[in-house]
Design a protein around this ligand. Structure first.
Ligand code: F6P
Length: 547
């Protein structure tokens, strides 16, 4: 066993947190601010272009101390060392977890199986740089000599969400190339995209770590068939490149070895955008911006590795999540970026957080009797305010919400920016303070309704408040700051996984559905329904009737 295997509920800190919870659970955030007017300073931290305010959370100094004790008792410090050193902490797959190495400077030495992996990483980065420069500049052309106009990224899960989220988030920095992302095995997805494409000017980037994923191989095959219907067979090599760690599967598919950008088994799918999986990002925003993204992530790695837990952003935010999940027993957390560019961030984080920490067996192999894996959801503000914020404000569920905002807009329209940010600040204030019935009544007194009617209406217009929020205020949406933000979430996943005593880097839970889909597909293809439960059998009959 490399990582500690401590059941967090057996620690002294956990017991203390349980008792402490009883003393604080009914305290209103407003009262916490009255008692300690300096809470905004105490519970905030500044780092590079980031200002994190976690003072609007239902914590006091004791909560913070006990949560930090929990991190110490579960030996988080030792685990962090193992993580960065490349120990095989993905024990169920017998692998290291080294996406951090992909953003480390060339001068670092990081070994896996006694081999320094930095030279290999550097050479792949060189390949990404040279290839993207040539495509962007037009030095590399399609089979008829025309320059590329469209890039189609074919992949799913981590081989799609990372590049898709980043290219959307950094669309302001993009060049003339149009990016398309095809992930779903739903044929309408690929055919809708192909309809708009010109084979002469389209470059396909097929991304699959294993190069055996059903969705990706089906989509890549359909794309190649479409391409060769318009272009000669030998033109495929000019229009198809692959990103994979399984070279033999790629060559078998028909993509030449020269056109393969490799990655390694120590890069997890959902943490792979820093590897060649980020090729589409580099094509879209240029290598220099892609490199700045990596630099921001590296800076967050250094912060996480070297900062005391008291001021350590991923540690503090991870502990807060545990506080709500395990003591308040909240069911979900919302992430609301106040930037339309970040509209894919919640979906990206859903994979990162839920695929990593949705586990119910601990690192000893025993079933877990406490909550793990938080449910994450969200949409950009202000749109979210006009959709589901009603439930966060007045619903029966407690939903800790994270607000991500930027001090500066990219196009510099100050009027819009002020309105956007006024909403950003107003929401956390409203969620915390709420509105008392008296305040609601006060607003109604000038109305013509009777006192009885006013009393009744005031109940509906009352907000209890006391809804926890964390505010992440960043100077500007730049590649570097985005890199740091994403790395921050990656490290939070790690922190929570370590404390919950689970393995965060495998994903066995996605396998069963894949196995059954393979079996059902052959039944559909042969019209022979096998042995299923009555519900599935009936559904299959209904489907086959229409075939
Ligand atoms: O859904 C499971 C998963 O293995 C993800 O973890 C991964 O990101 C995705 O499938 C795609 O895998 P691959 O890159 O091997 O096609």
């Amino acid at each position: 066993m490399i990582l500690p295997t401590i059941n967090p509920t057996t620690t002294t800190a956990w017991e203390a947190l349980k008792s402490h919870y009883k003393t604080i659970k009914d305290t209103h955030l407003k009262d916490l601010f009255t008692q300690h007017p300096d809470r905004a300073t105490i519970f905030s931290t500044e780092w590079n272009d980031f200002y994190i305010d976690y003072s609007k959370n239902r914590i006091d100094q004791t909560t913070k101390k006990l949560l930090l004790d929990l991190a110490k008792e579960t030996k988080l410090d030792q685990a962090i060392q193992h993580y960065f050193e490349g120990s095989f902490i993905n024990e169920t797959e017998n692998r290291a977890v080294l996406h951090t190495a992909l953003r480390a400077p060339e001068s670092c030495h990081i070994t896996v199986d006694d081999k320094d992996i930095i030279p290999e990483i550097t050479s792949v980065k060189e390949k990404i740089k040279s290839f993207s420069n040539q495509v962007i500049s037009g030095a590399l052309t399609g089979y008829t000599g025309k320059t590329f106009t469209d890039i189609v990224n074919i992949g799913i899960g981590g081989s799609d969400l990372g590049p898709a989220m980043i290219t959307e988030s950094l669309a302001y920095y993009k060049n003339h190339l149009t990016l398309h992302f095809i992930s779903n095995v739903d044929g309408d997805h690929i055919h809708q995209n192909l309809k708009e494409l010109n084979p002469e000017t389209t470059l396909f980037v097929v991304v699959s770590k294993t190069f055996s994923t059903q969705e990706t191989i089906s989509n890549a095959t359909t794309a190649r068939n479409w391409f060769t219907q318009h272009a000669p067979q030998d033109a495929v090599s000019k229009h198809f490149v692959a990103v994979s760690s399984t070279i033999s599967n790629v060559t078998e598919f028909g993509i030449a070895e020269d056109n393969i950008f490799p990655l390694w088994d120590w890069v997890g799918g959902r943490f792979s955008l820093w590897s060649a999986v980020g090729l589409s990002i580099s094509l879209s925003i240029g290598y220099k911006n892609y490199d700045a993204l990596l630099t921001g992530a590296y800076e967050m790695d250094e912060h996480f590795k070297n900062t005391s837990f008291e001021e350590n952003i991923p540690v503090l935010l991870g502990l807060l999540s545990i506080w709500y999940n395990n003591f308040f027993e909240v069911e979900s957390e919302a992430i609301i970026p106040y930037s339309q560019y970040l509209h894919r961030l919640p979906a990206y984080l859903q994979q990162g957080i839920m695929e990593s920490n949705g586990k119910s067996i601990d690192r000893n192999g025993d079933p877990i009797d406490y909550q793990t894996g938080t449910i994450i959801w969200g949409e950009p503000g202000t749109n979210a305010q006009h959709a589901f914020f009603q439930l966060i404000h007045q619903g029966t569920k407690l939903i800790p919400t994270e607000f991500i905002g930027f001090k500066n807009s990219l196009f510099g329209d100050q009027d819009h920016q002020n309105k956007l940010m006024a909403n950003f600040f107003a929401q956390t204030e409203a969620l915390m303070n709420g509105k008392t019935k008296n305040e609601a009544l006060g607003e109604l007194t000038s109305s013509t309704s009777s006192e009885e009617q006013q009393q009744k209406l005031a109940s509906f217009k009352t907000f209890i408040g006391n809804k926890p929020t964390t505010t992440i205020l960043i100077d500007k949406l730049t590649p570097r700051n985005l890199g740091a933000l994403i790395a921050m979430y990656e490290h939070r996943i790690f922190v929570q996984g370590i404390i919950w005593n689970i393995f965060s880097y495998d994903q066995w839970g996605v396998e069963l559905g894949k196995q059954l889909a393979t079996a059902i597909l052959s039944e559909i293809d042969t019209d022979q329904i096998g042995n299923h439960d009555a519900s599935t059998t009936t559904l299959l009959h209904h489907y086959l009737r229409n075939k």
